[in-house]
Each structure stands twice: as C-alpha cells, then as structure tokens.
Design a protein. Structure first.
Length: 449
C-alpha cells in the first residue's frame, strides 16, 4: 500500500501512540480489502455511542484512546446516544445508565467531537458534497450520503470511524471506488408506493433480496415520490404552507443543509427526502445496502453512471409481504415511535398538525437531532406536541435507548427499520404502518383497524 510521508510518520509513532493506533486500524482494514492507498475524508460520523451497546468494556476502550491525547482532525459528529442528554430523567432513564452515558459523551468531547448525536447529520449542518470522501458509520446515514448526496463512504464500524476522525483519512476501497458503485440489481417496482411506510416496506423487501448489493430502482422516479409528498398532506395548499413554515430564516448550518437539499432535489422537497431516508434505512436493516440508485432521482442515476446492463432483474409487484413480516398481531399499543431515522422539521410539523385538539393515551416519542428539536421549539411545534401529551426527544432513538428498562411491551411505528429491530433489540411487539395510523394508535392506545 502506498503511504504518504505523513502517513508513514503516523505509523512510526512520530505523532504519538493514539494516532499510531488509529492509522494502524485504517491500514489493516485497507490491507484486508486490497486498498492501494489512503484517502483524506471531509467529515466523520461515529457510531457506538449508546452505553447500552458499548457497555463498560467499550467505555474503557474509548477512555484509554482519549487518554493518549488524540484529537479529531475533521468535523465529526456522533450517532444517537442511549438517552436525551438533557431530559433523560423525564423519560424514566435510570441514574446509573445516565451516569455511564454521560461518561461516554465526555470522552468523545475530550477528543474534540461535538456532542451532536444523530443519524441524520445531513439535516443538521454536516452535508457532504457530491463525490466527497467521508467516513460515516450509521447505516441509514451511510445510505443517504452515498445514494442521495453522491458522497463516498463505506459503512464504518465505531473504531474505524474514530480512527478516520483522528487521522483525517480512510482506506480507499469499497464504495470509495467507481467500480463498486455500479448497480448489481435492477428493481422494477410495479405497485403503488406512496407513504413513507410504503417506502420502508419496499426497502425491507429489497434489502432482504439483494443483501449487500447495489439496487437500481426503476419505476420509482420523481412522479411517484412527488405523489408520496402530496399524499401525506391534506391538500397542496396546506403543503405549501408547511414548506413556508419551515423556510430557513437564519443562516445556521442546519438551515443551509435544508436549502442545499431543496436545491439538489427540487422536485421532491423535504418529503421526498423523507421517503428516500425511509427507503435507505430499511434496506440497510434487512440487508446491508449502503448505496442505491433511483432512476431520474439520485445523482449518479441522473448522470447515467449506474451501469445496470449486467445487473440481476428483480420485480416487486406487492408490498404485502413486507407489511406482514414487520407486523405482529398486538392490538394494545404502549408506545408510538416516530423519527427513525431522526425526524426532519417537516415530519415534526406534520405530527404537530395532526395532533391539534387531541390528547394521546399511549406514550408518543418523536426522536430527532437536538438541532432539529431546537428549530421545532423555536417554531412552537414542541409546545403543540407536548400539549397533546407527546414528546420530542433529542439525541437518542428507540433502538439504542434502554427501552426494556421502561416496562413497555408494544410499539407502533411508521419506520420499517424500527419495526425490524425493536423486537430483538428492545423486546417489543410491533405494529408498523402509516404515520396517521401510528398517531391514531397514540390517541386511542390501540392499533386501528
Ligand atoms: Fe437512527 Fe436509531 Fe433509526 S440510529 S436510523 S433512529 S434505529
């Protein structure tokens, strides 16, 4: 493997043992995957943040590394933690868990990482440009960055992402190379795909079928995704008013992210972005899809760079099997979870509007990035949701929070990814369906229908 003089010096320990360890991890991975060189990265997203997943051994590993004086070299954010870092008590998280979780966050902060804990960093100021090399960890964020933004990242593990942050580099293999970004399967969709839950069910089916392949969707283009946007609001007029209500009014990084997404995906708006994140998250959960293309929508497909000629053909003519696999027959709902991947401002506004004048009986959590939650607070959305008895929960999500300690047995969600993981990770029985069905379940405490 070719290394620059600086990389060789890192490897020789000239920059200290912490950086030596980091570059050793990257070089070792590069050798396993046949990389010829390292490549500088523009940003990093680190997974393995929840104490629920890390445990004491993980915390000790991080402490030891931080104790070697390492600092990150590029903008770095974190995946969701195991709790809302500010309001954990209100959610019923134990003192013991909170103490350990805060210790994890302090170690990351000591390395120079901002405690921005989200799987949608692209909505909160960390928006990679087309073709940029990055090193992200969380599977849905990796999928969105590769597919919708056209950036280049493998799905990093926690240690390898941290190593990339510390060295500013990753090994050039996998999805950093053109030849691995071509379609392996052409997915012909012959059924309506309208709601975000539909996109999730589709993603579940396709992920299960293609594994770690690169699917190229045909028949799922702009018109169907624009339809998805229209169907989720009562009328076009209303939709325009929602768009106006979240119109960026300042120049914060989060605002710039939203603006850039609108510029790059003008036909889809923020709802199209929501359907794409639901689709990608589901494929990454049931399979290991880290990149997909959508005819006429995603940048590499629009540029004609997907090379689908030799890809295997797959036809999807019904979503029923996906819905059946992600639903259990539970009727009573203890918890409704919206925001997997983390909710955008538009999604929070939809929930606030639907809940107007209603009161929830089940617990209702809308999980989101802290920055998005703050924007929602400024716009009065959090107050409206809390007036109905729901909660906007920052920094965490249902899959990485210690839900099993809260005495909950069942959950409804509009996220195929959450529905896929909740039974095994959190011991919950799950209902999966459209946002409106989930909110109705929150109000009645029972799954509708
Ligand atoms: Fe994000 Fe947690 Fe879902 S990390 S994608 S909200 S499982």
């Amino acid at each position: 493997m070719h290394l620059t003089l600086e990389e060789k010096a890192m490897l020789a320990g000239d920059f200290g043992p912490g950086i030596k360890k980091a570059v050793e991890i990257i070089v070792a991975l590069g050798k396993i995957y046949g990389a010829q060189e390292l490549v500088p990265v523009r940003s990093v997203q680190v997974a393995g943040v929840s104490y629920k997943n890390l445990g004491d051994a993980g915390l000790e590993f991080l402490r030891e590394w931080a104790g070697q004086g390492v600092q990150v070299r590029v903008p770095t954010t974190l995946n969701p933690a195991g709790m809302d870092l500010a309001r954990w008590r209100e959610l019923g998280i134990s003192e013991e868990f909170a103490r350990k979780q805060m210790a994890v966050i302090e170690v990351f902060e000591a390395m120079g990482i901002a405690p921005s804990c989200s799987c949608t960093p692209y909505l909160t100021g960390n928006l990679p440009a087309f073709g940029q090399h990055i090193a992200w960890s969380e599977s849905s964020a990796v999928s969105f960055a590769n597919s919708v933004l056209g950036a280049r990242t493998n799905r990093e593990g926690g240690p390898s992402a941290l190593a990339a942050a510390i060295t500013g580099r990753t090994a050039r293999y996998g999805l950093h190379l053109d030849e691995n970004r071509r379609a392996t399967h052409v997915i012909e969709v012959r059924c309506p795909v309208v709601s975000e839950a539909d996109f999730g069910a589709l993603g579940y089916l396709v992920g299960r079928r293609v594994g770690d392949g690169v699917p190229y969707f045909k028949g799922l283009g702009k018109s169907q995704m624009a339809l998805a946007g229209r169907q989720t609001s009562a009328s076009l007029r209303r939709e325009r008013s929602v768009e106006r209500s979240v119109e960026p009014s300042s120049g914060s990084d989060a605002d710039l992210s939203l603006r850039a997404l609108r510029r790059d995906l003008p036909e889809l708006g923020n709802r199209g972005q929501g359907t794409l994140k639901a689709l990608g998250a589901a494929m990454a959960a049931s399979g290991a899809v880290a990149l997909y293309h959508v005819e006429g929508v995603t940048p590499e497909a629009r540029a004609g760079n997907v090379g689908a000629a030799e890809a295997e053909a797959v036809v999807i003519d019904s979503l029923d099997e996906g819905y059946a696999a992600l639903n259990s027959p539970v009727d009573q709902i203890d918890l409704v979870s919206i925001g997997c991947p983390h909710a955008s401002l538009i999604e929070i506004e939809e929930v606030a509007r639907w809940l107007e004048g209603k009161r929830v009986r089940a617990k209702l959590w809308i999980t989101t990035a802290r920055e998005t939650g703050e924007r929602a607070q400024e716009k009065g959305l959090v107050e409206r949701i809390e007036a109905a008895g729901g909660r906007v929960v920052a920094d965490t999500c249902l899959v990485v929070a210690p839900i099993e300690e809260l005495g909950l047995r069942s959950m409804a969600t509009n996220s195929a990814k959450a529905a896929f993981y909740a039974p095994t990770h959190s011991g919950l029985e799950v209902r999966f369906g459209r946002l409106e069905q989930c909110l109705e379940a929150a109000v009645t405490g029972r799954w509708p229908g």
